[in-house]
Each structure stands twice: as structure tokens, then as C-alpha cells.
Design a binder for this molecule. Structure first.
Ligand SMILES: [Zn+2]
Length: 383
């Protein structure tokens, strides 16, 4: 089993080269927009056929190199197939292939073809170096952030060891009463972070009433500190989760909430689910777990969300009346079989059961769970 990861590395770029990168970014966006128009005009989204229709015109009008134009065609076709409705490409990213970039492990440099080939130093840390070590990287994107920084995202494929005959799984329930609760009855309390948040919000309320320039600066600093604290906490929780899984040779199972927002056929969601999906802190925790797991060789499985907090783990019953649930804040008490348990652990056990049914029968048709080989690309945050 392999997992695709996108490893994000900052480029150190001199002032002179910024102009050249920006020009290439603009050229690539222009090319994509032209290709999109041509494709729409001919209703043609086959890469080879679209290539014949667009290549010459686009190359002549943008002055881009041949490889960049080819990648622009691929980008447009890929995006159209994934998103259906695209309005405009912005000059923020270029797709690169083996001919337009090269990574040097010895010097932590990357060569990128703009109008000509340039070398850039990478500003990267231990995690990224570990993930890139020994990799034959064949695809990457060059990105510009809103702040004006440049990053290269390398796509790497990481081997995850195959699960044995009797796979073990640990279900993880995120963000209800506690930040994380496992099916093995371990939890990380949200109390501490809530206390910190409350303190910050009290200070913020005090500062906001003053409305001076100094107070605005203080507000920015507060939110930075709050985020740094959350990040530190997420690093610790993810580290422990991965350690526990590695020690017991188990896969970690999460509910896949990340794609709900972007999902094409939007499903109705309740308030709790909405809060959890939109909360960047849980998103960050899942990402931290994924790359730590990838390094440690621990499998991560995502199962479709739904009813995990309301279903009885012993008998599978859900409260028959709509809007009612067998769970109270802390306790789950099944009205059918009488099973009583900590509500979060019950949810985590249901997540584990879903994960197990998938891990043990990965070929079973009709399962719409996603195993790690198919999860969307992740971004590795810089530490
Ligand atoms: Zn029951």
C-alpha cells in the first residue's frame, strides 16, 4: 500500500528572480485560461485531442516553454474533471514535471525551469528531509502565497506496510467533549485549550473596547499565540496517537470530514458536524497525524462520517425517533439493549468498526470508504 503526500518546502528566492517567477506564473495562468476556453468551445477534455487543438496557439501567445504548455493542458483537464465548474485560473501556481524541476538531496536545492533553469535553496526542516530522502520525485507544483512567498510542493509516494491477516485498528473520535478519544479508551482533554481560549477571548474583549492602534497590534499577537498553542497541542496529540498505534501494530481510523465542504453532492449536515468540519484545529490535527503516521509506517484509514455518535456499538441501534439520541453529553445508554458507555468512546468504537470492515476487506465492492492510497494530497506544514 502506498500513500501520496505533498511535501511543502519554501524556496529562497532573490529579488531579481521574483519577477521571472511571477512572469512564468502569469504565463501559466494565461495558458490555462486559453486552454479552458478552447476546451469549452470544442467540448473536448481528452488530453491528447485538446493538445492538438490548443498547443500551437497557446505556445505562441504565451511564450511558455513546451513542457509548461503540456502541463497547463494536463492541469486544465484534471481540474475540469475534478471540479466541473472553473471560472478562471489565477497566477498562483505552476504544475511541474520531471523535465521542469529537479531536487538535489545533497544540497537541499531545487532546479526549476522558468524562462530558463534556475537553482533555488530550500528552507526545510527534518520532517520534510525525511520524507524526501531517497525519493524519485516525478511531480511537483510551484506556488506563490498571498504573502508573496514561494513554495514547491513535491508529490512523494510513501510505502505503508501491508496490514496483516488480523488487522488491528484504533478508532479516533475528534472534537466532541474532548479533542480526541480513541476506541481503546484514551482521550486528550479539550478542557485545557478551552481554558486558554476563554482567557484569550476575555483579554480580547477587554482590548477591543479600547480600539487604538496598540490594541489592534495586541489582538494580532493574541491570535498568533493562541494558534501557536493549538499547534503545539496538536503536535503532541498526533505524536502520541501515532505512538500508540505503532506500539500495538494498529491502523488509525478517522471520520473523513475534510471533504464534506468541497463535496460536489453536498450532504445535509447538523450543527456539530459543521463546527467540526470548519474547525481548522481539527483539520490540522488530522494532517499532523497523517504525516507522522506516514513516517512511522502506521496506516491511516478514513471512513465516511455519519451516525457514529448515535449508534450503539453493541447492537447497532439508533434512536428510532428523529432528533432524539441515546447519547447525553457524556454518556451513551442504548434504549434497545441497555449498553452503557462513555459517549465519545462509543463513537470511537463505531469508527474503529467501520475502519476494520474496510481494512480486512479492501477489495469489497460497494464500500465507499477511502483507504490511504486514495486520499487527496496532503500538505506538510513547515515545522
Ligand atoms: Zn444497543
Amino acid at each position: 500500500m502506498t500513500q501520496l503526500l505533498s511535501v511543502k518546502c519554501r524556496l529562497i528566492v532573490s529579488k531579481e528572480l521574483r519577477t521571472e517567477i511571477d512572469a512564468t506564473l502569469q504565463g501559466f495562468a494565461d495558458a490555462c485560461n486559453q486552454i479552458l476556453k478552447i476546451g469549452q468551445g470544442f467540448k473536448q477534455w481528452n488530453t491528447t485531442k485538446l493538445h492538438h487543438l490548443a498547443y500551437k496557439t497557446v505556445r505562441a501567445s504565451t511564450g511558455l516553454g513546451s513542457n509548461h504548455v503540456c502541463m497547463a493542458i494536463r492541469r486544465v483537464v484534471g481540474n475540469v474533471k475534478a471540479v466541473k465548474q472553473i471560472h478562471k485560473f489565477r497566477p498562483t501556481s505552476i504544475s511541474l514535471n520531471e523535465r521542469t524541476f529537479r531536487y538535489w538531496e545533497e544540497t537541499q536545492e531545487v532546479g526549476i525551469t522558468l524562462t530558463k533553469r534556475h537553482r533555488f535553496k530550500l528552507a526545510i526542516g527534518g520532517y520534510q528531509i525525511a520524507l524526501l530522502r531517497g525519493q524519485k520525485i516525478t511531480s511537483a507544483t510551484l506556488n506563490k502565497t498571498r504573502q508573496g512567498d514561494y513554495y514547491i510542493n513535491f508529490v512523494v509516494e510513501i510505502d505503508t506496510p501491508p496490514t496483516g491477516k488480523t488487522p488491528k485498528v484504533i478508532g479516533v473520535d475528534l472534537g466532541r467533549r474532548d479533542i480526541a478519544t480513541t476506541s481503546t479508551n484514551k482521550s486528550w482533554s479539550g478542557e485545557q485549550i478551552q481554558t486558554v481560549r476563554d482567557r484569550f477571548s476575555r483579554v480580547r474583549a477587554g482590548v477591543q473596547s479600547k480600539r487604538t492602534r496598540n490594541s489592534r497590534r495586541l489582538l494580532r499577537r493574541l491570535s498568533g499565540r493562541e494558534q501557536r498553542y493549538q499547534k503545539w497541542l496538536n503536535h503532541n496529540i498526533s505524536k502520541e496517537l501515532v505512538q500508540v498505534a505503532k506500539q500495538s501494530g494498529a491502523a488509525l481510523v478517522f471520520e473523513d470530514l475534510t471533504n464534506i465542504r468541497q463535496s460536489l453532492n453536498e450532504k445535509p449536515r447538523n450543527k456539530t458536524e459543521r463546527r467540526r468540519t470548519n474547525n481548522w484545529a481539527f483539520h490540522q490535527l488530522r494532517i499532523f497525524v497523517q504525516y507522522k503516521a506516514a513516517i512511522a509506517g502506521v496506516s491511516v484509514v478514513f471512513v465516511p462520517p455519519g451516525y457514529t455518535s448515535q449508534t450503539c456499538n453493541r447492537c447497532g441501534h439508533i434512536h428510532p425517533i428523529k432528533g432524539k439520541s441515546y447519547r447525553s453529553v457524556k454518556k451513551f445508554k442504548c434504549g434497545y439493549c441497555g449498553f452503557e458507555h462513555d459517549a465519545d468512546v462509543n463513537a470511537a468504537m463505531n469508527i474503529a468498526a467501520l475502519g476494520l470492515s474496510f481494512v480486512s476487506q479492501p477489495e469489497r465492492p460497494g464500500m465507499n470508504c477511502q483507504l490511504e492510497g486514495q486520499i487527496p494530497l496532503l500538505t506538510i506544514f513547515q515545522i
